[in-house]
Design a protein around this ligand. Sequence first.
Ligand code: ATP
Ligand code: MG
Length: 338
Amino acid sequence: MADAAFTPRVFSGIKPSGGLTLGNYLGAIKRFVGMQGGDFETIYCVVDMHAVTVWQNPDDLRTATREVAAGYLASGIDPSKSILFNQSRVSAHAELGWLFNCVARVGWMNRMTQFKDKAGKNSEQVSLGLYAYPSLMAADILAYHATHVPVGEDQKQHVELTRDIAKKFNHDYKVDFFPETTPVIEGPAMRVMNLRDGTKKMSKSGESDMERVNMLDDADTIAKKFKKSRSDQDVLPDSMDGLADRAEARNLVNIYAALADISNDAVLAEYGGQGWGKFKPALADLAVEKLAPISGEMRRFMDDPAEIDRIMAHGADKARAIAEPILNKTFDIMGFVR
Ligand code: ATP
Ligand code: MG
């Protein structure tokens, strides 16, 4: 695929399915800010239509949509440098999502581990939307011909499916229309784990509030959550090799490294040989130092929901200007009479 033919463009999104977590911040938002204003055109979305794949209380959905937008803005997403909007305002996502439902194969969907995790034993009772979610995500990305998608590790499989959809579409219609998008997954916090169980990812929709740090948590809550986080009996080792079988310890070191913008090894160079009584308070202090200014800004934005809505509406106009011609061309290629 001749990537040179496509404008270097980043698309990524976050679901308003709850309050933003430290995992969302380190694995997504902080990196989105880093890609802004550089070589890429950047498009960041509040993917509200993904949120309703599980039932959302309408008032909570409205609040969470504005909270995710506030999280983007407070962290440094600048609407004059990036397109910031919520998904449901740009109908091209849903329309292209339907077309991709007709490209993606059931066998591909059956391999998606997020569906298996989220559906659990209950797979007959979850919504059809939860199952089809990855093809809507492919539409989110490909409606903009996005070449790069920064995501956490958990979304890698969905970006790979996006590539498969692009390839199959191009092949089936003998065109070179959709790019094969590259997932961008790098840094120490690509998979921030649950603070109570190092085998599970930290998620905004996880059951217990103690398993995650929320971007809006106050200093005392953050300190309490790290203090009570699961660790182990050993002191910290001198190198990451010593953390191979220590999932919880590894996670706390990764979080420290990502917050401080240093390598894991640099963290261990400082804390190797130290116990949790020393490391956990230092980690909590660092998290508060980094998150407090952002949560303060988030609250300020959330006090003015009309301003957030205005920013998202304006962003949606700019998003539509890119997505609609791509959607129309897709309809054309497929033979729709318009
Ligand atoms: P939900 O529980 O509703 O799925 P979530 O916390 O997983 O919520 P998403 O909206 O699904 O958040 O994901 C938004 C972005 O945040 C994605 O790029 C995803 O990879 C990233 N992300 C989510 N959780 C983590 C995590 N624990 N570590 C690193 N990145 C994460
Ligand atoms: Mg998720």
